[in-house]
Design a protein around this ligand. Structure first.
Ligand code: FE
Ligand code: FE
Ligand code: ZN
Length: 194
C-alpha cells in the first residue's frame, strides 16, 4: 500500500517535470515571474495596485492641507491619478491580459509614512511641508516605476504600451515639479517661521 502511494507520487512528479519542458504550460502553471515578460506584467500589476491605493490616499491628504495652492495641486493630481488607473487598464487590454492588481509593498509603506507624518505634525504649514515631502516620495517611486516599465515595454516590442506609459511618466514628473515649486516658493519658509 505504502509503496504504491509513493510510486504514484513519483509518476506525478515525472509528469510535472515533463510538462515543464513542454513549452507554454510552464509559465501558465505558475504565478511567479519566470521570464522578462512575466516580470514586466508583474510590475504592471504592482503599479496598478499602487495607483488605485493613491486614489484613496490623496483625498485624506487634501483634508489635512491648509495651503489652498497645495490642496489644489493634490486635487488636480487625484484626477490625473484616476487617468493613470484607466491607462493601466488599457495597457493590460493591449497586452491581452486581464487587469489585475498585486499589492505594492513600497506604496503601502509610503502611504503609511504619509499618514504618520500627518499624525505627528500640527495642522498648518509644518504639516503642509510634511505632506509635500510625502507626496514627492510617492512621485519619485512612480517616476522610477514608469521609467522602468517604458524601457521594458520598448524592449518587448510593445511600442504602443510604451507610449501610453510615457504619458503617465510625464504627468508624474509634472506633479513632482509642481510640489517642488510650492515648497520652495513659500511653504518651507513660512513653516520654518511658524
Ligand atoms: Fe500616478
Ligand atoms: Fe511596487
Ligand atoms: Zn503620481
Amino acid at each position: 500500500m505504502k509503496s504504491n502511494t509513493s510510486k504514484a507520487g513519483e509518476n506525478e512528479l515525472k509528469q510535472q517535470k515533463e510538462s515543464k519542458n513542454n513549452g507554454g504550460s510552464y509559465a501558465e502553471s505558475s504565478h511567479a515571474s519566470q521570464g522578462f515578460r512575466d516580470l514586466f506584467e508583474d510590475e504592471l500589476k504592482d503599479i496598478y495596485w499602487a495607483e488605485k491605493a493613491l486614489t484613496k490616499a490623496i483625498p485624506k491628504m487634501v483634508k489635512n492641507v491648509t495651503t489652498p495652492e497645495l490642496a489644489q495641486a493634490l486635487e488636480d493630481h487625484l484626477e490625473v491619478t484616476k487617468g493613470h488607473v484607466d491607462r493601466l487598464e488599457e495597457a493590460f487590454h493591449m497586452l491581452g491580459k486581464a487587469a489585475r492588481a498585486k499589492k505594492c509593498q513600497a506604496m503601502d509603506g509610503l502611504i503609511k509614512e504619509a499618514e504618520e507624518i500627518m499624525d505627528e505634525t500640527p495642522k498648518g504649514l509644518v504639516r503642509d511641508a510634511g505632506i509635500i515631502s510625502a507626496g514627492q516620495k510617492v512621485e519619485h517611486y512612480e517616476i522610477a516605476t514608469y521609467g522602468t516599465l517604458c524601457a521594458f515595454a520598448k524592449t518587448l516590442g510593445e511600442d504602443s504600451v510604451a507610449s501610453l506609459l510615457q504619458q503617465t511618466l510625464n504627468e508624474e514628473k509634472e506633479a513632482d515639479e509642481k510640489l517642488t515649486e510650492i515648497s520652495e516658493s513659500f511653504v518651507n519658509l513660512e513653516a520654518s517661521q511658524a
